[in-house]
Design a protein around this ligand. Structure first.
Ligand code: HPA
Length: 268
């Protein structure tokens, strides 16, 4: 654990109180408003030295610590993406801080394009696994043997089962599927989408995979849910753009929010 993370955790406890955080949530496009419903304190990333600037429109760069459905959470309102600055490990410090604050798990959310006709825009998908199509890795340069992180069951089976139960209880349809990380920021070509579909991916996006690798490296359990904002390139005539992602994200986000809240309530 870096000295930096310990110092930041002390700073955060000084603002938000000493009670240990249980769960970290990383919010993707369309989900930022969940942070506003946490009963707690919002700390702008800019006040936390070393935190990423997360300058993507549709993201809300605050760390919010407080109570959500009876669970003490740390909500990352925005994330840093590899495509912003070429750093695959940009979320390392925030995740180190999360662990230092006491959390044992992190749930990431994201917007993604679908490669499955029966998972249309507005669906949500619980990640069962991923394909790191980018070839990048946030642990390149890590000098210790801890860098050899096993990635079987990286998406924690127990958390996934609990998320499934929460979805069933809320009567929300949630697919299970494999997410391919494509670096972005340009969207994929139809040929790239055909290739990753052939390799076994169900959805594609520009985030989450480096965070899950880092979480496992740090000993945090991980899970992730996508909101499908479009059919991937070449899968339909649907327009693909960041504007479209932001416009469509709220449809799946409303479902995802029900699942997350149900999950948290069951953990409280
Ligand atoms: N590709 C990559 N990232 C995305 C997409 C997509 O089609 N939709 C939302 N994020």
């Amino acid at each position: 654990m870096s000295k930096n993370a310990k110092a930041l955790a002390d700073q955060i406890r000084g603002i938000a109180g000493d009670a240990p955080v249980q769960i970290g949530l990383i919010l993707g496009s369309g989900l930022g408003h969940i942070a506003d419903t946490v009963d707690g304190v919002a700390i702008p990333y800019g006040d936390l030295p070393g935190f990423p600037h997360a300058g993507v429109s549709g993201h809300n760069p605050n760390l919010v610590i407080g109570d959500l459905e009876g669970v003490r959470v740390a909500v990352f309102g925005g994330r840093a993406h590899y495509y912003e600055n070429g750093k695959a490990d940009a979320m390392r410090l925030p995740l180190e801080v999360l662990r230092e604050l006491g959390a044992d798990r992190v749930i990431a959310t994201n917007a993604a394009g679908s490669m499955q006709a029966d998972m249309p825009t507005g669906s949500i998908m619980c990640l069962s696994d991923h394909i790191n199509f980018s070839g990048l890795n946030p642990l390149i340069g890590e000098p210790t043997d801890a860098r050899f992180v096993p990635m079987k069951d990286a998406y924690d089976p127990e958390i996934r089962a609990a998320l499934r139960k929460a979805a069933d209880t809320a009567d929300v349809e949630m697919a299970d599927g494999i997410y391919a990380w494509y670096s972005g920021p340009s969207f994929e070509t139809p040929a790239e989408i055909r290739a990753i579909k052939l390799l076994g991916a169900d959805a594609v996006g520009m985030s989450t995979v480096p965070e899950v690798i880092l979480a496992r490296f740090l000993g945090l359990k991980a899970a992730a849910i996508s909101t499908i904002t479009n059919m991937a390139a070449g899968m339909s005539d649907e327009n693909i753009s960041h504007e479209h992602t932001k416009a469509m994200a709220p449809i799946g986000a409303a479902k995802l929010e029900k699942v997350l809240r149900g999950y948290l309530k069951a953990q409280a």
